[in-house]
Write a protein that binds this ligand. Structure first.
Ligand code: 6GU
Length: 226
């Protein structure tokens, strides 16, 4: 997979993409991630990417021209499955959406800022709008990093069998059961006896029961999210 991210803060991605699973996926060539500084696609000497809103009001608006120029250059070289705009009013990201997006070959992610982006970008250039939750971030960068992580870990060969994405919370409409590691007794807090029994069948049953119980308690509406 190829992911092109258009942003005015390319450095914001250095941390999230140079560690852990995303780094491993890049190293194993399961994904190529390219960061594009929107300011490199401006034509004026101030390299401005935003301007005042027509009709007045507080807040600057991201201009269409640099975005269009950047996207056109990319589209001339690659076919994109989607051009995604990260926006708090987009479709809420969930696991089924991530699963679907992970089947893409090439994606463009556009990070917005300021009061928003010129509506013509959304109408003419964007094919999907994604939000990562009902709260407002300062810009689309952190959301794009979240979306990238969530997609990339699903790509074939990125996770090992033991950490397979199939056993993730949300993948079977169930959250994960509790897990424990050494020591067996920590300051009097014990590990459930069943996990020490060596009976794999019983352990699987227990884990499933716990997952169902937790899902009912914590995510009663989970089935409805699909
Ligand atoms: Cl995608 N962008 C911004 N700015 N805020 C958000 C978001 C995106 N998703 C949730 N909050």
């Amino acid at each position: 997979m190829r992911i092109d991210i258009i942003t005015i803060f390319p450095q914001m991605f250095e941390g999230p993409f140079s560690h852990s699973i995303v780094k491993r996926a890049v190293d194993k060539k399961r994904v190529e991630i390219f960061l594009h500084d929107l300011r490199d696609h401006t034509t004026d000497k101030h390299r401005s990417v935003d301007d005042y809103a027509y009709g007045g009001g507080a807040g600057m608006v991201m201009m269409i021209e640099p975005v269009d120029r950047c996207i056109s250059i990319l589209k001339a070289k690659h076919n994109y499955d989607d051009v995604i705009y990260l926006s708090p009013d987009g479709n809420l990201l969930n696991q089924p959406m991530a699963n679907r997006l992970s089947l893409s070959k090439n994606l463009i992610l556009l990070c917005g800022h300021y009061k928003g982006i010129d509506e013509r970008i959304r109408k003419q250039l964007i094919t999907k709008e994604v939000s990562i939750g009902n709260y407002v971030l300062s810009g689309g960068e952190l959301a794009a990093a979240v979306l990238t992580d969530c997609i990339v870990r699903l790509l074939p060969g990125v996770l090992s069998d033991e950490t397979s994405a199939l056993s993730d919370s949300f993948q079977n409409n169930l959250v994960s059961p509790p897990v424990y590691t050494r020591p067996r007794n920590y300051k009097g807090y014990e590990v459930p006896e069943i996990l020490l029994s060596g009976n794999d069948k019983k352990i699987d049953e227990w884990r499933h029961e716990q997952a169902v119980k937790r899902t009912e308690e914590r995510r009663p509406g989970m089935l409805k999210d699909q």
